[in-house]
Design a protein around this ligand. Structure first.
Ligand code: Z5A
Ligand code: MG
Length: 234
C-alpha cells in the first residue's frame, strides 16, 4: 500500500508565529520534492467563513454557541477534501484546527464574572468529533512579553491579553487530553528567532513527512473514551 500524507496541525496563541512557520515549512517540503499543501482555519472564503470573518472583525454579533458551531462547520466543509489529499499522498500543514475552536470557546467567561465558564468544555468538543485527526500537533508556545513585542495584538475580537491568558489555560487541558488519548502534541518554544523555531519544527516533522503507514484516525476517537463508554453501557 502506498503511504499516505501526514496531517500536521500548527496551534498556538496570537502572534506565536503559526502562519510564518506554516509557510516556511511548506516551502521546505516543496524544495525537498514532498507533495504538500497549506490550509488554514478559519477558512474565511466560504459563506460560513465569511460569517466568521465579520464576527471576528466585530461587524456582527452572534450567540456564542452559534459561532462555536460555525467554526466547527467551517472545518467539516473541508473534512472530505483533507482526507482525500492525505490518502493521495499529499502532506497537509494546517494553520489552526479544532483545538483552537475548543480553546477559544471554552475559555469564554460570563460577562461580569472572573472565571465562570460560558460554554462547557465537553459541549465545545463534541461538534469536532470524527474530523480527520492530526498525526501531530505542534503547539508554538509564545510568552505574553514576546507576543506583545511582535507588533502588539491586533484589532480582532479575541486579540486581547486577558483572553489569550485564559485560552492558554484551556490549551494546557487540551494537550493533556490529546496525549491521554494517544495523540502527539509537541510544545515548541516560539520565543526564539524564526529560523531557530523552524529548525525545531523541521526536526520534529522529519519522520512523518516521509509518509505515514498508519491509517488516518478520527479526532477524539481515542481508546480511553471508547473504554469509558463501553463500561458505561455494560
Ligand atoms: N478561532 C476560534 O475562535 N475558533 C476556531 O475554531 C478557530 C479560530 C480555528 C483568527 O485566527 C481567530 O479565530 C483567532 C482564533 C479564533 N483569534 N485570536 N487570537 P487567525 O488564525 O486568523 O489569526 P491568528 O493566527 O491568531 O493571528 P496571527 O497574528 O496570524 O498569529 P500567527 O499566525 O501565530 O503569527 P504570524 O502571523 O506568523 O506572526 C505574527 C508577527 O510576528 C508577524 O509580524 C511575524 O513576522 C512576526 N514573527 C513571527 N515569528 C517570529 C519570530 N520567531 N520572531 C520574531 N517575529 C516573529
Ligand atoms: Mg496567523
Amino acid at each position: 500500500m502506498p503511504r499516505r500524507g501526514a496531517f500536521i496541525v500548527i496551534e498556538g496563541l496570537d502572534r506565536s508565529g503559526k502562519s510564518t512557520q506554516a509557510a516556511t515549512l511548506l516551502r521546505r517540503l516543496q524544495d525537498a520534492q514532498i507533495s504538500a499543501k497549506l490550509i488554514k482555519f478559519p477558512d474565511r472564503t466560504t459563506p460560513i467563513g465569511k460569517m466568521i470573518d465579520s464576527y471576528l472583525r466585530s461587524e456582527n454579533e452572534l450567540d456564542d454557541h452559534t459561532v462555536h458551531l460555525l467554526f466547527s462547520a467551517n472545518r467539516w466543509e473541508f473534512a472530505s477534501s483533507i482526507e482525500k489529499s492525505l490518502q493521495s499522498g499529499e502532506t497537509i500543514i494546517c494553520d489552526r484546527y479544532a483545538f483552537s475552536g475548543l480553546a477559544f470557546s471554552a475559555s469564554k467567561i460570563r460577562p461580569g464574572s472572573q472565571s465562570y465558564p460560558l460554554l462547557d468544555y465537553e459541549w465545545c468538543r463534541v461538534p469536532d468529533i470524527g474530523l480527520p485527526a492530526p498525526d501531530i500537533t505542534l503547539f508554538l508556545d509564545v510568552s505574553a512579553d514576546v507576543a506583545r513585542k511582535r507588533g502588539g495584538y491586533g484589532e480582532e475580537r479575541y486579540e486581547k491579553e486577558d483572553v489569550q491568558r485564559r485560552v492558554r489555560d484551556v490549551f494546557v487541558r487540551i494537550s493533556e487530553h490529546v496525549q491521554g488519548g494517544g495523540g502527539r502534541w509537541e510544545v515548541i518554544d516560539a520565543d526564539e528567532t524564526q529560523e531557530e523555531v523552524q529548525e525545531v519544527v523541521w526536526k520534529t516533522v522529519q519522520e512523518l513527512v516521509a509518509g505515514v503507514d498508519a491509517p488516518l484516525e478520527k479526532l477524539w476517537d481515542d481508546k480511553r473514551e471508547v473504554t469509558n463508554v463501553e463500561t458505561l453501557y455494560m
